[in-house]
Ligand binder design. Structure first.
Ligand SMILES: Cc1cc2nc3c(=O)[nH]c(=O)nc-3n(C[C@H](O)[C@H](O)[C@H](O)COP(=O)(O)OP(=O)(O)OC[C@H]3O[C@@H](n4cnc5c(N)ncnc54)[C@H](O)[C@@H]3O)c2cc1C
Length: 375
């Protein structure tokens, strides 16, 4: 018993909780020592100080609670609205346990965290947690999933704006014009219902997995992204934003605020087709999204064809898109596809499929999607 306490106490000292352990009455040694161990295991900042608070304090001071910043501190009565930086233990900050986590309640609050530095964004967590499950949490997290500013879907004549924290279930259940049908179709294919209830469109885009179903649908719909930081907002085409496998042009102090999809004519249609090793809850071997818009005579005005899971990031098939222009939507569009149209893809061999299989599956999906899009 004393051995275990001793080890935990040493870990507590290493973790910077020496004062807290030493000051505690004997009856709280176990809880203080366990708290210290928990902090060490999960990579909490030294001394258990809230990172927001300690950053906000002037140099040389320990912690300076800032009103409205950290919900957890506020909930624990740790904040003093205008007091000078003082003894953090008096303010109650030092007694916090667990990894640093801020649940933002306003967009500005999240942007302040990102501007302060050292924060990672958490939304539904369905990509973040699997990626981090095997290692200690070493960064502070700002949770944006509850931000009402990021939870709206708004439609007008110019198109649709989807808040970054909108879930796949919300997208699946919303009403969409036929020109954007590829998006709810992709939503239905993402994980299972539980994942769709939690995973967000923004998380899918910013995680930038080569197998992200949402990105393929959005790429075919010419989506643009609204990126926000404390400095202001900027807009970028999705095609520019995703720079490689899990690489984006998101800046450290930015978050994705919304996804914009431009409106198309009333004859425009879009479809999404996915191949996995089973019907549901599966990562794509290949997926394709197509959008076709045509004039009154049924001639194709615009064509967009995106392929995913077959290169470091999803790609558009520009040569094929150009060849389709002017053809009738009721023609046999699948017959216009040539294997060379997919030459820009660079599929990999992995546990899900071989390179050649992926390449040929992508070609078949493109033909099927074109056939379906004209219906
Ligand atoms: C069992 C399972 C099955 C899955 N199946 C599929 C599937 O079939 N198809 C598919 O495409 N995906 C699938 N996924 C992946 C995942 O569910 C989706 O990509 C989901 O949309 C991620 O959203 P999230 O809100 O959970 O992101 P999070 O995990 O919260 O975040 C993912 C990344 O994006 C960043 N981020 C999140 N939101 C923002 C923002 N607004 N601005 C800037 N950065 C942000 C985070 O910092 C993190 O790096 C699956 C996941 C699981 C666990």
């Amino acid at each position: 018993m004393f051995g275990v306490l001793g080890v935990l106490g040493v870990l507590g000292v290493l973790q910077g909780r020496r004062d807290a352990v030493a000051r505690a009455p004997p009856a709280r040694w176990v809880s203080e020592a366990a708290r210290a161990w928990f902090g060490l295991k999960y990579g909490r900042g030294a001394g258990g100080l809230c990172r927001l608070e300690s950053r906000a304090g002037p140099a040389g001071t320990r912690a300076r609670p800032v009103p409205g910043r950290c919900r957890r501190c506020r909930d624990r009565g740790a904040l003093r609205s205008d007091g000078p930086a003082g003894d953090s233990s008096e303010a109650g900050v030092e007694s916090m346990a667990g990894p640093e986590y801020v649940r933002a309640h306003r967009l500005q609050e999240a942007l302040e965290c990102l501007a302060a530095g050292g924060f990672e964004i958490l939304c539904g967590g369905t990509d973040w947690y699997p990626a981090n499950a095997q290692r200690a949490c070493s960064t502070a997290l700002v949770d944006i999933s509850g931000l009402s500013e990021l939870r709206q879907i708004e439609q007008d004549e110019s198109g649709v704006e989807i808040g970054a924290a909108v879930t796949w279930s919300e997208i699946r259940e919303a009403e969409w014009p036929a020109s954007m049908a590829a998006l709810p179709a992709a939503a239905r294919e993402i994980g299972g219902i539980q994942i769709q209830n939690t995973g967000s469109i923004g998380g899918n885009v910013c995680n930038a997995s080569p197998a992200a179903d949402g990105i393929v649908a959005l790429l075919a719909l010419d989506a643009r992204l609204v990126l926000a930081s404390r400095r202001g907002t900027r807009e970028l085409a999705l095609a520019e934003f995703v720079a490689g496998a899990r690489r984006t042009l998101l800046r450290r102090d930015e978050l994705l605020r919304a996804v914009r999809i431009p409106a198309r004519g009333r004859r425009a249609r879009s479809v999404f087709a996915k191949l996995g090793s089973r019907r549901h809850l599966v990562i794509s071997i290949a997926m394709v999204a197509v959008q076709l818009d045509s004039d009154e005579a049924g001639r194709i005005l615009t064509a967009a064809i995106a392929v995913g899971s077959c290169s470091a990031h999803a790609l558009r098939l520009g040569v094929l898109e150009a060849r389709l222009l002017g053809h009738g939507v009721s023609e046999d569009l699948a017959a216009l596809v040539r294997p060379t149209d997919l030459a820009g893809l660079a599929p990999i061999d992995d546990v899900r499929a071989g390179r050649a299989y992926r390449q040929s599956a992508a070609e078949i999906l493109v033909r099927r999607a074109l056939t379906e899009a004209k219906a």
